[in-house]
Structures are given as structure tokens and as C-alpha cells.
Design a protein around this ligand. Structure first.
Ligand code: ATP
Ligand code: FE2
Length: 337
């Protein structure tokens, strides 16, 4: 870090990852450390994940500070993911952030996790005013900025895209390993798929529904009639085509000139390919968040904290309660004009 450079430390803990990122006020990411909780079996257990976060916090903080070459006394701001997310996990991150801000006597700012996925995408790709497809374990949102907020143009009516892929992968016996999320393991199998199996395709207006698709794919899986590679491929093709269709319609409706793909599922090469081809057909620029910033990370919280704080927002400790269901379209984003 250059002398006199101001920087913000961001804490992410909305779900299974505990992350600490450090960003300068100019938008350089100096560190992005994290530790992931891997459940022994099944999905995330919020309290176990929270315990993991509490145990990992000091190590992840130390790693971020050492990578960035920053001393705590040089920090100007602490940001934390205030929501949406799992209660016990959010509270653990908020406690770490409050303690740091109080001890260092610097401002605290609560950040919306969904906004942060968009902002790190904009920072890393240079997209200015895109239609964003944000797809992760808990969210499937098509959004674009309009009149002070990120508006939601389309979303899932039931389960999120990442969750759909994860549940199917678990049913197929795939295991979540460090550095290999279930969606990525499924992507590998799908790459060897050859036969497209017909599955439910449900787009209602601007919204999609994935639970019928998941049930149908899982039922076929247990019938053992098709290769797992073919079913993985077919599940991806159907689900990705649905989100791509809605994104394309939002693009036509808003007449924006950029598309941004962000969130954990943005790491998927096939989804990137589908969205890129739609963007190109509309003569718009396609942007995808780099892999290391696609899944949950502290850097996106630190950077969104900088944007919020430098545009007049801060969160006094007594107002820093977590917001489990804080929707994207309820967040003011005064840094966008
Ligand atoms: P959110 O609160 O934003 O919903 P999250 O807890 O789901 O966040 P993310 O890290 O944003 O966390 O997204 C995780 C999801 O991304 C998981 O469902 C995971 O399987 C999926 N994923 C990661 N890599 C890939 C990939 N290569 N292909 C498909 N899905 C992927
Ligand atoms: Fe996320």
C-alpha cells in the first residue's frame, strides 16, 4: 500500500464462507482471504457454519492484513455484509466487524451482499450500467439500475439456480470439496454430456421456476436410464437457457448496452457462453466477474463499503443489526447517478 492511501477492510459471512478483503478507496484489491465451511453431509447447517466462522476469523483476518501489508492502525473503515443471509452466520461476521470498528475507533458500514456481487463485477470488468444476471446458491436475479436503486426485472419463483445444481449434484453422490463447489463438479460432468434429455422449462413472464426441472432430473437420475453426464448436461442446458431468456428480455426492455454475469454460478463456462452469445446478438458488451470474485468474498464487501461510505453512508454500531431478508431493490445506491 502506498503511504497515505486509505483502505477499507470488509467482512463476508452470509453463508458458508468467512472472507476478509481489503480494498483501497481507489478500488485496488489488496487482499481477499477466506475460509470455507464444508458440511460433512448435506447442505449448510447455519449454526455449524457460524461456529466455523468464529473459529476461522482470527486466521483469515491475519492472512488478509499480511497479504495486503496493512497494519490495523492504517485501516480507515470496516465494512460487513449486513444481509441477506443466514442469521447465525451474519451475526458472527457482524460481531467481528463491530469489534474491529469499535476497537480501532473507525466508522462501520453495513453492506448488502447482493449489491456487493454486482459492484465487484462492475469494478473488475469496467461495466458501467449493465443488465446483471446474479446467480448463486441463494439468488437468481436479473436486475438493472433505474431511479436510485438496482431494480429487479426477473427472479426465481422457487429455488435459486446454484441451489438447484447443488441439490442435483448431491443426489448424484457428488461431494463438496475445498476449492471445488458442487456446481463446478457438475459442470465437469456436464462437459462430457452428449444427449440432451427433455426436461421441464418454466418461464412465467419475467420469472422462472426451477423446482419442476430439479424434480424431473432427480427422478430420471434414480431411474438409472441415462448417463449422469447426459443428465447433468441437460439440467444445465435447461436451467441456463431459462435465465438467459429472461436476461435477454430485460436487455431488450431496458435498452442497456452491457450485460454482467456475477455470483458463484458465474464461474460456469457454459452459462458464460450462452449469455455471451445473447449479448453479442444484441450488440452489447458481455462482462463476467473473474472467478476469484464470483463466489462469496470479502473483497466485494470492502469495495462496496468504500462506495457507500464515500457517498455519505455509515452504520452506527447500535443500528448494525443484521437483515436476513434484505432485498436488492430495497437498497439505496447513491454512488450511481
Ligand atoms: P448468495 O447469498 O449470493 O446466494 P451463496 O452463499 O450462494 O451466495 P456464492 O458463493 O455466491 O454463495 O455461490 C455459490 C454457488 O455457486 C453454489 O451453488 C455453487 O455450486 C455455485 N458454483 C460455484 N462454481 C460453479 C460452477 N463452476 N458452475 C456452476 N455453479 C457453480
Ligand atoms: Fe453470494
Amino acid at each position: 500500500m502506498k503511504p497515505d492511501e486509505q483502505c477499507c477492510l470488509g467482512v463476508e459471512s452470509t453463508a458458508d464462507d468467512f472472507g476478509v478483503g481489503i480494498a483501497t478507496f481507489k478500488g485496488d484489491i489488496l487482499a481477499n482471504a477466506s475460509s470455507g465451511y464444508v458440511p460433512e453431509e448435506g447442505g449448510i447447517h447455519p449454526r455449524e457454519a457460524a461456529r466455523h466462522h468464529a473459529e476461522a476469523a482470527d486466521k483469515v483476518l491475519a492472512e488478509a492484513l499480511s497479504t495486503a501489508g496493512v497494519k490495523t492502525k492504517d485501516l480507515k473503515l470496516i465494512a460487513f455484509a449486513q444481509g441477506p443471509g443466514l442469521g447465525p452466520c451474519l451475526r458472527t461476521g457482524a460481531t467481528v466487524a463491530r469489534a474491529l470498528a469499535s476497537y480501532l475507533d473507525i466508522p462501520l458500514v453495513g453492506v448488502n451482499h447482493s449489491v456487493a456481487h454486482i459492484e465487484i463485477g462492475r469494478l473488475q470488468t469496467g461495466a458501467v450500467d449493465p443488465v446483471t444476471l446474479y446467480v448463486s446458491g441463494g439468488n437468481t436475479l436479473v436486475s438493472a439500475f433505474d431511479a436510485a436503486r438496482y431494480r429487479i426485472f426477473g427472479e426465481t419463483l422457487d429455488i435459486a439456480l446454484g441451489n438447484c445444481l447443488d441439490v442435483f449434484a448431491r443426489e448424484a453422490g457428488l461431494k463438496h470439496k475445498k476449492g471445488m463447489p458442487l456446481g463446478a463438479a457438475l459442470e465437469r460432468l456436464a462437459a462430457d454430456g452428449e444427449k440432451l434429455v427433455s426436461l421441464p422449462y418454466v418461464v412465467k413472464g419475467m420469472d422462472i421456476s426451477l423446482s419442476g426441472l430439479l424434480t424431473a432430473a432427480t427422478t430420471l437420475l434414480h431411474k438409472d436410464e441415462y448417463r449422469l453426464e447426459d443428465l447433468s448436461y441437460s439440467l444445465q442446458e435447461h436451467a441456463f437457457a431459462m435465465v438467459t431468456e429472461v436476461t435477454e428480455r430485460a436487455l431488450a426492455h431496458t435498452e442497456k448496452h452491457e450485460v454482467l454475469l456475477t455470483g458463484g454460478v458465474a464461474a460456469n463456462k457454459r452459462l458464460q457462453e450462452m449469455l455471451r452469445s445473447v449479448a453479442e446478438e444484441h450488440d452489447t458488451k458481455f462482462n463476467v466477474v473473474p472467478r476469484q470474485f464470483a463466489t462469496d468474498n470479502g473483497a466485494m464487501i470492502a469495495w462496496t463499503g468504500v462506495l457507500a461510505y464515500t457517498h455519505g453512508l455509515a452504520t452506527p454500531v447500535k443500528e448494525s443489526f443484521v437483515k436476513l431478508r434484505w432485498r436488492l431493490d430495497k437498497v439505496d445506491v447513491p454512488w450511481i447517478k
